[in-house]
Ligand binder design. Sequence first.
Ligand SMILES: Nc1ncnc2c1ncn2[C@@H]1O[C@H](COP(=O)(O)OP(=O)(O)O)[C@@H](O)[C@H]1O
Ligand SMILES: O=C(CO)[C@@H](O)[C@H](O)COP(=O)(O)O
Length: 504
Amino acid sequence: MADQLYIGIDSGTQGCKVVVVSRSLGKVIAENSSPHTLMENERGGREQDPAVWVTALETALESALSQSLRLVKDGQVKAIGVSGQQHGFVPLDRDGQVIRPAKLWCDTETVPQCTTITERLGGEEATIAAIGNTIAAGFTASKILWLKENEPENYRRLHTILLPHDYLNYWLSGEFSAEHGDASGTAFYDVRNRQWSQFALSAIDPENDLLAMLPPLRDPHQPAGRIRPELAAKWNIPSDVLISSGGGDNMMAAIGTGNVSPGVVTASLGTSGTIYAHSNTPVIDSRGELAAFCSSSGGWLPLVCTMNVTVATELVRNLFGLSLKEFTQTIAASHVGSGGILLLPFFNGERTPALPNGSATLHGMSTTNFTKANLCRAAMEGVTFGLRYGMEVLERNAIAPNEIRLVGGGAKSPVWRQIVADVFGTPVVSPLTTEAGALGSALQAMWCHETTQGSKATLGEICDRFIKLDQESRCQPDEGRRQQYGDIYSRYQQLEGELRRINS
Ligand SMILES: Nc1ncnc2c1ncn2[C@@H]1O[C@H](COP(=O)(O)OP(=O)(O)O)[C@@H](O)[C@H]1O
Ligand SMILES: O=C(CO)[C@@H](O)[C@H](O)COP(=O)(O)O
Protein backbone atom coordinates (compact mmCIF):
# COMPACT_ATOMS: atom_id res chain seq x y z
CA MET A 1 0.00 0.00 0.00
CA ALA A 2 1.23 3.50 -0.81
CA ASP A 3 2.61 5.43 2.16
CA GLN A 4 0.07 7.94 3.43
CA LEU A 5 1.41 11.49 3.78
CA TYR A 6 -0.05 14.36 5.80
CA ILE A 7 0.92 17.99 5.31
CA GLY A 8 0.94 20.44 8.24
CA ILE A 9 1.11 24.18 7.58
CA ASP A 10 1.81 26.81 10.24
CA SER A 11 1.31 30.35 9.03
CA GLY A 12 2.94 32.39 11.81
CA THR A 13 3.67 36.10 12.15
CA GLN A 14 7.20 35.87 10.79
CA GLY A 15 6.77 33.10 8.27
CA CYS A 16 5.12 29.95 7.05
CA LYS A 17 6.43 26.54 8.11
CA VAL A 18 5.41 23.30 6.41
CA VAL A 19 6.06 19.72 7.55
CA VAL A 20 5.22 16.43 5.85
CA VAL A 21 4.50 13.41 8.07
CA SER A 22 4.76 9.83 6.79
CA ARG A 23 2.37 7.39 8.43
CA SER A 24 4.50 4.31 7.78
CA LEU A 25 7.76 5.92 8.91
CA GLY A 26 5.96 7.47 11.90
CA LYS A 27 7.75 10.83 11.68
CA VAL A 28 8.28 14.14 9.92
CA ILE A 29 10.12 13.40 6.68
CA ALA A 30 10.41 16.89 5.21
CA GLU A 31 10.06 20.47 6.31
CA ASN A 32 10.50 23.92 4.85
CA SER A 33 9.71 27.54 5.64
CA SER A 34 9.32 30.87 3.90
CA PRO A 35 9.23 34.37 5.50
CA HIS A 36 6.39 36.91 5.78
CA THR A 37 6.77 40.67 5.69
CA LEU A 38 5.00 42.90 8.22
CA MET A 39 3.54 46.40 7.72
CA GLU A 40 3.86 48.56 10.84
CA ASN A 41 2.83 52.13 11.63
CA GLU A 42 3.53 54.43 14.56
CA ARG A 43 -0.11 54.24 15.74
CA GLY A 44 0.38 50.56 16.67
CA GLY A 45 -0.93 49.22 13.34
CA ARG A 46 0.49 45.75 12.48
CA GLU A 47 -0.86 44.37 9.22
CA GLN A 48 -0.18 41.73 6.57
CA ASP A 49 -1.62 41.23 3.13
CA PRO A 50 -3.06 37.69 3.00
CA ALA A 51 -1.44 37.37 -0.45
CA VAL A 52 1.90 37.27 1.45
CA TRP A 53 0.68 34.22 3.42
CA VAL A 54 -0.36 32.47 0.19
CA THR A 55 2.98 33.08 -1.52
CA ALA A 56 4.94 31.83 1.51
CA LEU A 57 2.65 28.81 1.87
CA GLU A 58 3.12 27.81 -1.78
CA THR A 59 6.90 28.27 -1.61
CA ALA A 60 7.32 26.24 1.58
CA LEU A 61 4.77 23.57 0.63
CA GLU A 62 6.11 22.92 -2.87
CA SER A 63 9.63 22.48 -1.54
CA ALA A 64 8.63 20.22 1.41
CA LEU A 65 6.38 18.14 -0.84
CA SER A 66 9.04 17.53 -3.48
CA GLN A 67 11.60 16.65 -0.76
CA SER A 68 9.18 14.11 0.73
CA LEU A 69 8.29 12.54 -2.63
CA ARG A 70 12.00 12.08 -3.35
CA LEU A 71 12.29 10.22 -0.03
CA VAL A 72 9.07 8.21 -0.21
CA LYS A 73 8.53 7.36 -3.89
CA ASP A 74 5.09 5.80 -3.37
CA GLY A 75 3.91 8.58 -1.00
CA GLN A 76 0.33 9.76 -1.43
CA VAL A 77 -0.96 12.91 0.24
CA LYS A 78 -4.22 12.23 2.12
CA ALA A 79 -4.93 15.42 4.06
CA ILE A 80 -3.63 18.90 4.85
CA GLY A 81 -4.05 20.82 8.12
CA VAL A 82 -3.56 24.55 8.65
CA SER A 83 -2.49 26.44 11.77
CA GLY A 84 -2.55 30.24 11.70
CA GLN A 85 -1.59 33.18 13.89
CA GLN A 86 -4.66 33.85 16.02
CA HIS A 87 -7.04 36.84 16.09
CA GLY A 88 -6.26 38.47 12.68
CA PHE A 89 -9.20 40.00 10.77
CA VAL A 90 -9.44 39.07 7.08
CA PRO A 91 -12.29 41.07 5.49
CA LEU A 92 -13.71 39.63 2.27
CA ASP A 93 -16.15 41.19 -0.19
CA ARG A 94 -19.13 39.51 -1.89
CA ASP A 95 -16.80 37.90 -4.47
CA GLY A 96 -14.51 36.40 -1.82
CA GLN A 97 -11.79 39.00 -2.53
CA VAL A 98 -9.68 40.47 0.29
CA ILE A 99 -10.83 44.08 0.89
CA ARG A 100 -7.74 45.38 2.72
CA PRO A 101 -4.71 43.95 4.58
CA ALA A 102 -5.47 41.91 7.70
CA LYS A 103 -4.98 43.60 11.05
CA LEU A 104 -3.04 41.14 13.21
CA TRP A 105 -2.99 39.86 16.80
CA CYS A 106 -0.17 42.32 17.62
CA ASP A 107 -2.03 45.39 16.27
CA THR A 108 -2.77 47.87 19.07
CA GLU A 109 -4.28 50.60 16.87
CA THR A 110 -7.78 49.49 17.87
CA VAL A 111 -7.49 50.05 21.64
CA PRO A 112 -10.19 52.82 21.61
CA GLN A 113 -12.61 50.37 19.96
CA CYS A 114 -11.88 47.78 22.72
CA THR A 115 -13.06 50.37 25.25
CA THR A 116 -16.21 51.18 23.25
CA ILE A 117 -17.22 47.52 22.89
CA THR A 118 -16.50 46.78 26.58
CA GLU A 119 -18.69 49.74 27.60
CA ARG A 120 -21.51 48.62 25.31
CA LEU A 121 -21.34 45.15 26.91
CA GLY A 122 -21.69 46.69 30.39
CA GLY A 123 -18.04 46.69 31.51
CA GLU A 124 -15.31 44.09 31.91
CA GLU A 125 -17.07 41.89 34.46
CA ALA A 126 -20.22 41.70 32.36
CA THR A 127 -18.12 40.92 29.28
CA ILE A 128 -16.37 38.01 31.02
CA ALA A 129 -19.76 36.79 32.28
CA ALA A 130 -21.17 36.86 28.73
CA ILE A 131 -18.36 35.43 26.61
CA GLY A 132 -15.67 34.17 29.03
CA ASN A 133 -13.07 36.68 27.80
CA THR A 134 -12.39 40.41 27.86
CA ILE A 135 -12.28 42.53 24.71
CA ALA A 136 -8.49 42.44 24.83
CA ALA A 137 -6.30 44.50 22.53
CA GLY A 138 -5.36 42.20 19.69
CA PHE A 139 -8.53 40.09 19.67
CA THR A 140 -10.60 40.30 16.46
CA ALA A 141 -13.69 42.17 17.75
CA SER A 142 -12.20 45.66 17.95
CA LYS A 143 -10.70 45.37 14.45
CA ILE A 144 -14.20 45.14 12.93
CA LEU A 145 -15.43 48.27 14.72
CA TRP A 146 -12.17 49.99 13.73
CA LEU A 147 -12.94 49.26 10.07
CA LYS A 148 -16.44 50.65 10.45
CA GLU A 149 -15.20 53.86 12.08
CA ASN A 150 -12.08 54.42 10.00
CA GLU A 151 -12.76 52.98 6.56
CA PRO A 152 -16.53 53.20 6.00
CA GLU A 153 -16.14 52.52 2.25
CA ASN A 154 -14.33 49.26 2.96
CA TYR A 155 -16.80 48.39 5.71
CA ARG A 156 -19.74 48.75 3.32
CA ARG A 157 -18.11 46.08 1.13
CA LEU A 158 -17.68 43.64 4.03
CA HIS A 159 -19.43 40.35 3.32
CA THR A 160 -17.41 37.60 5.06
CA ILE A 161 -15.28 37.73 8.22
CA LEU A 162 -12.42 35.23 8.42
CA LEU A 163 -9.45 34.54 10.67
CA PRO A 164 -6.02 33.93 9.08
CA HIS A 165 -6.26 30.12 9.18
CA ASP A 166 -9.90 30.26 7.95
CA TYR A 167 -8.66 32.31 4.99
CA LEU A 168 -5.96 29.76 4.12
CA ASN A 169 -8.53 26.94 4.42
CA TYR A 170 -10.73 28.93 2.03
CA TRP A 171 -7.83 29.46 -0.36
CA LEU A 172 -7.01 25.71 -0.28
CA SER A 173 -10.58 24.40 -0.51
CA GLY A 174 -12.81 27.18 -1.85
CA GLU A 175 -15.07 26.66 1.22
CA PHE A 176 -15.82 29.03 4.10
CA SER A 177 -15.53 27.44 7.53
CA ALA A 178 -14.40 28.22 11.07
CA GLU A 179 -13.52 26.06 14.07
CA HIS A 180 -13.91 26.50 17.80
CA GLY A 181 -10.27 26.98 18.89
CA ASP A 182 -9.48 29.92 16.62
CA ALA A 183 -13.05 31.29 16.91
CA SER A 184 -12.65 31.49 20.70
CA GLY A 185 -9.99 34.19 20.21
CA THR A 186 -12.31 36.60 18.42
CA ALA A 187 -14.08 38.00 21.52
CA PHE A 188 -17.37 37.48 19.69
CA TYR A 189 -17.58 33.81 20.61
CA ASP A 190 -19.22 32.39 23.75
CA VAL A 191 -16.58 30.08 25.21
CA ARG A 192 -18.88 28.32 27.68
CA ASN A 193 -21.51 27.40 25.08
CA ARG A 194 -19.13 27.00 22.13
CA GLN A 195 -21.01 29.25 19.71
CA TRP A 196 -20.76 32.70 18.11
CA SER A 197 -22.03 35.35 20.55
CA GLN A 198 -24.84 37.45 19.09
CA PHE A 199 -24.59 39.64 22.21
CA ALA A 200 -20.96 40.56 21.48
CA LEU A 201 -21.57 40.91 17.74
CA SER A 202 -24.38 43.42 18.40
CA ALA A 203 -22.02 45.43 20.61
CA ILE A 204 -19.52 45.66 17.76
CA ASP A 205 -22.17 46.84 15.32
CA PRO A 206 -25.80 47.15 16.41
CA GLU A 207 -26.84 48.15 12.86
CA ASN A 208 -25.56 45.23 10.81
CA ASP A 209 -26.03 41.47 10.93
CA LEU A 210 -22.43 40.40 11.56
CA LEU A 211 -23.54 36.85 12.41
CA ALA A 212 -24.54 36.40 8.76
CA MET A 213 -20.94 37.24 7.77
CA LEU A 214 -19.43 34.43 9.85
CA PRO A 215 -18.70 30.97 8.46
CA PRO A 216 -20.19 27.80 10.01
CA LEU A 217 -18.25 26.31 12.93
CA ARG A 218 -16.77 22.82 12.39
CA ASP A 219 -15.80 20.29 15.05
CA PRO A 220 -12.05 19.56 15.15
CA HIS A 221 -12.18 16.14 13.45
CA GLN A 222 -14.46 17.41 10.67
CA PRO A 223 -13.02 18.48 7.31
CA ALA A 224 -13.20 22.10 6.20
CA GLY A 225 -13.36 20.86 2.59
CA ARG A 226 -11.29 19.19 -0.13
CA ILE A 227 -8.39 20.59 -2.10
CA ARG A 228 -9.36 22.85 -5.04
CA PRO A 229 -8.90 20.97 -8.34
CA GLU A 230 -6.49 23.67 -9.67
CA LEU A 231 -4.20 23.18 -6.66
CA ALA A 232 -4.40 19.37 -6.84
CA ALA A 233 -3.30 19.56 -10.48
CA LYS A 234 -0.57 22.13 -9.78
CA TRP A 235 0.93 20.12 -6.90
CA ASN A 236 0.28 16.77 -8.53
CA ILE A 237 -1.62 15.41 -5.52
CA PRO A 238 -4.95 13.48 -5.52
CA SER A 239 -8.10 15.54 -6.06
CA ASP A 240 -9.77 14.12 -2.93
CA VAL A 241 -7.15 15.42 -0.45
CA LEU A 242 -8.96 16.59 2.69
CA ILE A 243 -8.41 19.96 4.36
CA SER A 244 -8.94 19.44 8.10
CA SER A 245 -10.63 22.06 10.28
CA GLY A 246 -7.22 23.45 11.37
CA GLY A 247 -6.99 26.03 14.13
CA GLY A 248 -5.12 28.87 15.79
CA ASP A 249 -1.37 28.38 16.03
CA ASN A 250 -1.37 27.82 19.78
CA MET A 251 -4.22 25.31 19.52
CA MET A 252 -2.33 23.40 16.84
CA ALA A 253 0.96 23.60 18.77
CA ALA A 254 -0.94 22.11 21.71
CA ILE A 255 -1.69 19.10 19.49
CA GLY A 256 1.93 19.09 18.26
CA THR A 257 3.21 18.83 21.84
CA GLY A 258 0.73 16.14 22.89
CA ASN A 259 -1.14 18.70 25.02
CA VAL A 260 -4.60 17.20 24.33
CA SER A 261 -5.51 16.04 27.83
CA PRO A 262 -5.01 17.65 31.24
CA GLY A 263 -1.52 17.50 32.82
CA VAL A 264 0.78 18.87 30.11
CA VAL A 265 1.86 22.54 29.96
CA THR A 266 3.32 23.98 26.75
CA ALA A 267 5.18 27.28 26.40
CA SER A 268 6.07 28.86 23.08
CA LEU A 269 8.88 31.31 22.36
CA GLY A 270 7.73 32.77 19.04
CA THR A 271 7.06 36.35 17.99
CA SER A 272 4.65 36.21 20.93
CA GLY A 273 5.11 34.16 24.09
CA THR A 274 2.38 31.80 25.15
CA ILE A 275 1.84 29.30 27.93
CA TYR A 276 -1.16 27.00 28.04
CA ALA A 277 -2.70 23.70 29.10
CA HIS A 278 -5.60 21.53 27.97
CA SER A 279 -8.77 21.41 30.05
CA ASN A 280 -11.94 19.33 29.72
CA THR A 281 -14.04 22.25 30.96
CA PRO A 282 -13.92 26.00 30.30
CA VAL A 283 -11.45 27.84 32.55
CA ILE A 284 -12.62 31.42 33.03
CA ASP A 285 -10.36 33.86 34.88
CA SER A 286 -12.37 36.44 36.85
CA ARG A 287 -9.54 38.95 36.24
CA GLY A 288 -9.56 38.22 32.52
CA GLU A 289 -5.77 37.78 32.31
CA LEU A 290 -6.09 34.16 31.28
CA ALA A 291 -7.52 33.85 27.79
CA ALA A 292 -10.37 31.34 28.01
CA PHE A 293 -9.79 29.71 24.63
CA CYS A 294 -11.15 26.46 23.23
CA SER A 295 -8.67 23.91 21.91
CA SER A 296 -8.70 22.60 18.35
CA SER A 297 -8.99 19.08 19.71
CA GLY A 298 -12.45 19.24 21.27
CA GLY A 299 -11.76 20.78 24.71
CA TRP A 300 -10.55 24.10 26.12
CA LEU A 301 -7.12 25.71 26.15
CA PRO A 302 -6.63 28.31 28.91
CA LEU A 303 -3.70 30.43 27.74
CA VAL A 304 -1.64 33.48 28.63
CA CYS A 305 -0.05 35.46 25.81
CA THR A 306 2.66 38.09 26.00
CA MET A 307 3.15 40.14 22.85
CA ASN A 308 6.92 40.54 22.95
CA VAL A 309 9.21 37.53 22.88
CA THR A 310 11.37 37.17 19.80
CA VAL A 311 10.14 40.69 18.89
CA ALA A 312 12.41 41.90 21.70
CA THR A 313 15.32 39.47 21.30
CA GLU A 314 15.43 40.11 17.54
CA LEU A 315 15.46 43.90 17.99
CA VAL A 316 18.47 43.69 20.32
CA ARG A 317 20.22 41.04 18.20
CA ASN A 318 19.78 43.15 15.05
CA LEU A 319 20.89 46.31 16.86
CA PHE A 320 24.28 44.64 17.44
CA GLY A 321 24.32 42.94 14.02
CA LEU A 322 24.75 39.48 15.54
CA SER A 323 23.92 36.17 13.89
CA LEU A 324 21.70 33.84 15.94
CA LYS A 325 24.80 31.79 16.77
CA GLU A 326 26.77 34.85 17.93
CA PHE A 327 23.75 36.06 19.93
CA THR A 328 23.50 32.70 21.71
CA GLN A 329 27.27 32.60 22.38
CA THR A 330 27.23 36.17 23.73
CA ILE A 331 24.43 35.33 26.16
CA ALA A 332 26.00 32.02 27.20
CA ALA A 333 29.14 33.92 28.20
CA SER A 334 27.21 36.48 30.31
CA HIS A 335 25.84 36.03 33.84
CA VAL A 336 22.51 35.61 35.57
CA GLY A 337 20.86 39.02 36.01
CA SER A 338 22.74 40.75 33.13
CA GLY A 339 24.95 42.67 35.56
CA GLY A 340 21.89 44.40 37.05
CA ILE A 341 20.24 45.50 33.77
CA LEU A 342 16.54 44.73 33.37
CA LEU A 343 14.61 45.07 30.12
CA LEU A 344 10.84 45.39 30.32
CA PRO A 345 10.23 44.31 26.74
CA PHE A 346 6.92 46.01 25.84
CA PHE A 347 8.07 47.18 22.38
CA ASN A 348 4.69 46.35 20.81
CA GLY A 349 2.65 47.47 23.82
CA GLU A 350 1.48 44.48 25.84
CA ARG A 351 -1.58 42.30 26.38
CA THR A 352 -0.44 40.58 29.64
CA PRO A 353 0.00 42.72 31.68
CA ALA A 354 -2.59 44.95 29.95
CA LEU A 355 -0.37 47.78 28.70
CA PRO A 356 -1.52 48.08 25.07
CA ASN A 357 -0.04 51.58 24.80
CA GLY A 358 3.06 50.73 26.84
CA SER A 359 6.62 50.81 25.58
CA ALA A 360 9.87 49.02 26.45
CA THR A 361 12.03 50.21 29.35
CA LEU A 362 15.68 49.57 30.29
CA HIS A 363 16.62 49.89 33.95
CA GLY A 364 19.72 49.52 36.08
CA MET A 365 22.46 50.75 33.74
CA SER A 366 25.80 51.93 35.12
CA THR A 367 29.20 52.80 33.64
CA THR A 368 30.41 49.26 34.31
CA ASN A 369 27.50 47.06 33.23
CA PHE A 370 26.43 48.75 29.99
CA THR A 371 27.76 46.04 27.66
CA LYS A 372 26.53 44.26 24.57
CA ALA A 373 26.45 40.95 26.44
CA ASN A 374 24.36 42.33 29.29
CA LEU A 375 21.89 44.00 26.93
CA CYS A 376 21.47 40.78 24.91
CA ARG A 377 20.94 38.71 28.03
CA ALA A 378 18.59 41.31 29.54
CA ALA A 379 16.33 40.92 26.47
CA MET A 380 16.17 37.14 26.85
CA GLU A 381 15.66 37.33 30.61
CA GLY A 382 13.06 40.13 30.38
CA VAL A 383 10.77 38.26 27.98
CA THR A 384 11.15 35.12 30.10
CA PHE A 385 10.04 37.04 33.22
CA GLY A 386 6.96 38.08 31.24
CA LEU A 387 6.15 34.40 30.63
CA ARG A 388 6.82 33.53 34.27
CA TYR A 389 3.98 35.87 35.14
CA GLY A 390 1.90 33.88 32.63
CA MET A 391 2.70 30.70 34.53
CA GLU A 392 1.58 32.35 37.76
CA VAL A 393 -1.74 33.25 36.13
CA LEU A 394 -2.15 29.58 35.14
CA GLU A 395 -1.30 28.52 38.69
CA ARG A 396 -3.86 30.99 40.07
CA ASN A 397 -6.36 29.08 37.94
CA ALA A 398 -5.31 25.69 39.36
CA ILE A 399 -2.98 24.62 36.51
CA ALA A 400 0.42 23.68 37.95
CA PRO A 401 3.15 22.35 35.65
CA ASN A 402 5.73 19.83 36.81
CA GLU A 403 7.45 20.15 33.42
CA ILE A 404 7.22 22.61 30.52
CA ARG A 405 7.20 21.50 26.88
CA LEU A 406 9.01 24.33 25.11
CA VAL A 407 8.45 25.11 21.42
CA GLY A 408 8.65 28.00 18.92
CA GLY A 409 11.77 29.47 17.30
CA GLY A 410 13.41 30.42 20.62
CA ALA A 411 13.21 26.84 21.93
CA LYS A 412 16.06 26.00 19.52
CA SER A 413 18.43 27.95 21.79
CA PRO A 414 19.96 25.78 24.59
CA VAL A 415 20.87 28.86 26.64
CA TRP A 416 17.28 30.11 26.48
CA ARG A 417 15.89 26.70 27.48
CA GLN A 418 18.09 26.81 30.60
CA ILE A 419 17.01 30.37 31.41
CA VAL A 420 13.36 29.24 31.20
CA ALA A 421 14.06 26.30 33.54
CA ASP A 422 15.87 28.57 36.04
CA VAL A 423 13.36 31.45 35.90
CA PHE A 424 10.33 29.12 36.15
CA GLY A 425 11.98 26.70 38.59
CA THR A 426 10.58 23.89 36.44
CA PRO A 427 12.22 21.27 34.18
CA VAL A 428 12.00 22.10 30.48
CA VAL A 429 12.01 19.75 27.48
CA SER A 430 11.36 20.27 23.78
CA PRO A 431 9.80 17.80 21.37
CA LEU A 432 12.04 16.50 18.57
CA THR A 433 10.00 18.67 16.21
CA THR A 434 9.90 22.19 17.67
CA GLU A 435 7.70 23.33 14.73
CA ALA A 436 4.80 22.20 16.90
CA GLY A 437 2.08 24.18 15.09
CA ALA A 438 2.93 22.56 11.77
CA LEU A 439 3.27 19.08 13.30
CA GLY A 440 -0.02 19.48 15.19
CA SER A 441 -1.70 20.47 11.93
CA ALA A 442 -0.42 17.36 10.17
CA LEU A 443 -1.64 15.18 13.06
CA GLN A 444 -5.07 16.82 13.12
CA ALA A 445 -5.22 16.23 9.34
CA MET A 446 -4.41 12.53 9.94
CA TRP A 447 -7.15 12.33 12.60
CA CYS A 448 -9.63 13.95 10.22
CA HIS A 449 -8.69 11.52 7.40
CA GLU A 450 -8.81 8.45 9.66
CA THR A 451 -12.19 9.51 11.04
CA THR A 452 -13.66 9.83 7.53
CA GLN A 453 -12.34 6.27 6.88
CA GLY A 454 -14.35 5.02 9.88
CA SER A 455 -11.41 4.73 12.31
CA LYS A 456 -12.13 5.29 15.99
CA ALA A 457 -8.51 6.32 16.77
CA THR A 458 -8.42 9.28 19.14
CA LEU A 459 -6.21 12.30 18.62
CA GLY A 460 -4.40 11.39 21.85
CA GLU A 461 -3.45 7.99 20.40
CA ILE A 462 -2.17 9.64 17.22
CA CYS A 463 -0.10 12.13 19.30
CA ASP A 464 1.37 9.24 21.33
CA ARG A 465 2.50 7.56 18.10
CA PHE A 466 4.07 10.61 16.46
CA ILE A 467 5.32 13.00 19.15
CA LYS A 468 8.70 12.22 20.66
CA LEU A 469 10.46 14.34 23.25
CA ASP A 470 14.06 15.31 22.62
CA GLN A 471 15.67 14.03 25.82
CA GLU A 472 18.90 15.86 24.97
CA SER A 473 17.06 19.17 25.16
CA ARG A 474 16.00 18.55 28.77
CA CYS A 475 17.09 21.27 31.25
CA GLN A 476 16.75 21.00 35.03
CA PRO A 477 16.47 24.18 37.10
CA ASP A 478 19.54 25.00 39.16
CA GLU A 479 18.55 25.86 42.74
CA GLY A 480 21.07 28.69 43.12
CA ARG A 481 20.07 30.37 39.85
CA ARG A 482 16.38 29.83 40.63
CA GLN A 483 16.78 31.83 43.82
CA GLN A 484 18.78 34.58 42.09
CA TYR A 485 16.09 34.85 39.43
CA GLY A 486 13.40 34.92 42.13
CA ASP A 487 14.94 38.14 43.51
CA ILE A 488 15.41 39.71 40.09
CA TYR A 489 11.83 38.79 39.14
CA SER A 490 10.57 40.66 42.23
CA ARG A 491 12.39 43.76 40.98
CA TYR A 492 10.93 43.20 37.50
CA GLN A 493 7.42 43.09 38.95
CA GLN A 494 8.01 46.23 40.99
CA LEU A 495 9.18 48.09 37.88
CA GLU A 496 6.28 46.75 35.88
CA GLY A 497 3.87 48.04 38.56
CA GLU A 498 5.47 51.49 38.26
CA LEU A 499 5.11 51.39 34.51
CA ARG A 500 1.48 50.41 34.84
CA ARG A 501 0.94 53.41 37.12
CA ILE A 502 2.65 55.80 34.67
CA ASN A 503 0.57 54.41 31.79
CA SER A 504 -2.78 54.51 33.59
N1 LIG B 1 18.55 29.76 18.36
C1 LIG B 1 17.71 30.79 18.48
N2 LIG B 1 17.85 31.70 19.46
C2 LIG B 1 17.01 32.74 19.58
N3 LIG B 1 15.99 32.97 18.73
C3 LIG B 1 15.79 32.10 17.74
C4 LIG B 1 16.61 30.95 17.56
N4 LIG B 1 16.16 30.27 16.47
C5 LIG B 1 15.10 30.96 16.00
N5 LIG B 1 14.87 32.06 16.75
C6 LIG B 1 13.86 33.10 16.53
O1 LIG B 1 12.56 32.55 16.52
C7 LIG B 1 11.72 33.42 15.76
C8 LIG B 1 10.72 32.61 14.95
O2 LIG B 1 9.94 31.88 15.86
P1 LIG B 1 8.57 31.24 15.39
O3 LIG B 1 8.05 30.47 16.55
O4 LIG B 1 8.78 30.52 14.11
O5 LIG B 1 7.72 32.57 15.14
P2 LIG B 1 6.26 32.84 14.56
O6 LIG B 1 5.49 31.54 14.70
O7 LIG B 1 5.75 33.92 15.45
O8 LIG B 1 6.40 33.30 13.14
C9 LIG B 1 12.62 34.26 14.89
O9 LIG B 1 12.54 35.60 15.34
C10 LIG B 1 14.00 33.69 15.14
O10 LIG B 1 14.99 34.64 15.10
O1 LIG C 1 -2.15 36.32 19.96
C1 LIG C 1 -1.63 35.24 20.20
C2 LIG C 1 -2.24 34.28 21.15
O2 LIG C 1 -3.38 34.76 21.80
C3 LIG C 1 -0.36 34.89 19.50
O3 LIG C 1 0.25 33.77 20.07
C4 LIG C 1 -0.61 34.73 18.02
O4 LIG C 1 -1.33 33.53 17.81
C5 LIG C 1 0.67 34.80 17.21
O5 LIG C 1 1.51 33.73 17.38
P1 LIG C 1 3.02 33.58 16.87
O6 LIG C 1 3.12 34.15 15.50
O7 LIG C 1 3.89 34.25 17.87
O8 LIG C 1 3.23 32.09 16.87
